[in-house]
Design a protein around this ligand. Structure first.
Ligand code: SAT
Ligand code: MN
Length: 596
């Protein structure tokens, strides 16, 4: 140990866990450059990591082909009472789940080193911040946690003798369970994977996966699942949202928090480079927002993370130049393809397709190959500080005051480009009924429509109906200082299947309309589903567009929305009596507006 640990609760937990998981060694992480480099050197030696000749201080990893995304079917919210986990979560009683896991974790670290990873979600000096300690037998996890969180010695110092921490235990699986999987990227087969959360104890146990949200437990597990549970108890919010600052040509700042399901463009919007002259965007976060009412009555937000874990495919200098610059150095890539001259490559990176690659499974690949060279959920890990459009205030311990909430998802039809909520309750209804076609970020079929309220379905650590109520309660607290709520859909298609909206930097046109609504400058048309810009309200300067095309993307089809009402009714039914009356009331009002 390169530092003194005085926290007896931590020492005891580490000692007990070692006795149970029986690692060969224990390594207390200090978070230093030397530690990172030495772990990378070891992983390079063992063949797990490939240093990239073309990108300074960057490495490529390939997962086992079965361990490429979050496993929602194996993710559990283990509250004593099943109803407290609710119908959208998998549940096993804590005693039973712990018994199963005790057995699996028993001796599981034999032959490996156990890493103790102290980390802080949020800047150490922020009242928002939470200290976690992850125990893991994966050096890949250590290196990713170093980028994604504030990790190491400073956290131990801050914790002191008496401080409390949220414990998270992670193993890629015992030798017995991983024997069939690739030795380079150990993981257990699907039936033995468990991403288990015990919200009452603020504890996480994750077994059998080394991938992303399954293994980097500060992210989805602590900062969303456990934090959302705690936030409700304590009266704050933990949301699956990017944070963005937009400054208009007159210098007025707007802070936006936006929720979209995984792999629906949060990172792109978080790093948007507006195509509208005079508008400036700064990134504060791309995945998670923790928010509290401040003394001034407004809602203040921080990003608890210190890095990006973004989807690589589709990222290019055309779609997200800031992300491309963010990963030029000091990055980790997972399941991207490798070029012959030692760079990473993925579908949609633009430029000519190389004549030869090593694909994400480690096989030779040529353009004739029908398989994708990079996995569609291939990822990059990069520090926030590498981002060229990072806001200088990204680490402000007080956070930033949120003016605007945006919800959205992928919808080929029905949902217009942008809709303004009528009031807070209607905005909560919009968030609660958000729907999206599924992506590769979770295992399972891609392209199916699912309701994903507030983009929190896989991340809410308690009954979603209570979560809806929490949103109403927060609205009551914030009153007229509450952010205004919008719903966007960048993904609407024409009947011939073409995208109707250019997206990316041109999304600034929609953001401009939203900001001007807040200023009382822009007009809107009231429709049964909310307020929508008329064609002339959107700034289309410099775009090659037709009146009909913009009309098509703003169209509200009442008949399609009547079908939507039926589907929402069905979706709400699963929550039974626990569904807030205010949501039922919103559905009724929508149906009435559509029928008149
Ligand atoms: O793998 S993660 O859960 O971290 C990424 C995501 O699905 O959003
Ligand atoms: Mn996410």
């Amino acid at each position: 140990m390169s530092y003194e640990v005085e926290n007896s609760a931590l020492l005891k937990w580490v000692h007990d866990t070692a006795a149970w998981c029986t690692p060969d060694d224990i390594h207390w992480c200090d978070g230093s450059d030397e530690e990172y480099d030495s772990l990378m050197a070891h992983m390079t030696e063992s063949g797990m990591a490939t240093p990239l000749q073309k990108r300074p201080h960057s490495y490529l990893f390939r997962s086992d082909p079965s361990d490429v995304a979050r496993v929602e079917a194996r993710t559990f919210i283990s509250t004593p009472n099943k109803d407290d986990a609710g119908p959208t979560n998998n549940w096993i009683a804590p005693d039973q789940l712990k018994a199963t896991l005790r057995h699996l974790f028993h001796g599981c670290m034999r032959g490996r080193t156990m890493y103790v990873i102290p980390y802080s979600m949020g800047p150490l000096d922020s009242p928002f911040s939470i200290i976690g300690v992850e125990i893991s037998d994966s050096p890949y996890v250590v290196c990713n946690m170093r980028i994604m969180t504030r990790m190491g010695k400073d956290v131990i110092e801050h914790l002191g003798a008496e401080g409390t921490f949220y414990p998270a235990l992670h193993s890629v699986g015992s030798e017995q369970d991983v024997s069939l999987a690739s030795p380079m990227w150990p993981c257990a087969d699907t039936d033995h994977k468990y991403i288990a959360h015990f919200p009452e104890e603020r504890t996480i146990w994750s077994y059998g996966s080394g991938y992303g949200g399954n293994a980097l437990l500060g992210k989805k597990s602590l900062s969303l699942r456990i934090a959302s549970y705690v936030a409700r108890q304590e009266g704050w919010m933990a949301e699956h949202m990017l944070i963005l600052r937009l400054t208009n040509p007159q210098g007025r700042r707007f802070h936006i928090a936006a929720a979209f399901p995984s792999a629906c463009g949060k990172t792109n919007l978080a790093m948007i480079e507006p195509t509208l002259p005079g508008w400036k965007a700064e990134c504060l976060g791309d995945d998670i927002a923790w928010m509290m009412a401040g003394k001034d009555g407004r809602l203040w937000a921080i990003n608890p993370e210190a890095g990006f874990f973004g989807v690589a495919p589709g990222t290019s200098y055309a779609t997200n130049p800031a992300a491309m610059d963010t990963v030029r150095r000091n990055a980790i890539f997972t399941n991207c393809a490798l070029t012959d001259d030692g760079d990473v490559w993925w579908e949609g990176i633009n430029g000519s397709t190389p004549g030869h690659l090593i694909d994400w499974k480690g096989h030779d690949w040529t353009p004739e190959n029908k398989d994708l060279a990079a996995h569609p959920n291939a990822r990059f890990t990069a520090a926030m500080t590498e981002c060229p459009v990072l806001s200088p205030d990204w680490e402000d311990p007080a956070g930033v005051p949120i003016d605007i909430f945006i919800f959205g998802g992928r919808r080929a039809g029905v949902v217009p480009l942008v809709t303004e909520s009528i009031d807070w309750d209607h905005g909560v209804f919009m968030g609660a009924t958000a729907a999206s076609e599924t992506t590769a970020a979770a295992t399972g079929a891609v392209g199916n429509l699912r309701r994903d309220p507030f983009a929190m379905t896989p991340f809410c650590g308690y009954n979603m109906a209570d979560y809806f109520q929490h949103w109403f309660d927060m609205g009551d607290v914030l009153g007229d200082k509450a952010p205004r709520i919008y719903y966007v859909n960048w993904f609407r298609k024409s009947s011939s299947g073409k995208w109707l909206w250019p997206g990316y930097g041109d999304n600034s046109r929609v953001l401009k309309w939203i900001c001007e609504r807040l200023e009382g400058k822009a007009s809107a048309v009231a429709t049964p589903i909310g307020n929508i810009p008329s064609v002339n309200d959107l700034d289309m300067d410099g775009l090659d567009w037709s009146h009909e095309a913009v009309e098509a993307i703003l169209r509200v089809d009442a008949e399609a929305w009547k079908q939507e009402v039926l589907s929402i009714e069905q979706f709400f039914a699963q929550f039974g009596d626990r569904l807030p009356a205010r949501l039922r009331d919103q559905l009724l009002k929508l149906a009435q507006r559509l029928n008149t």
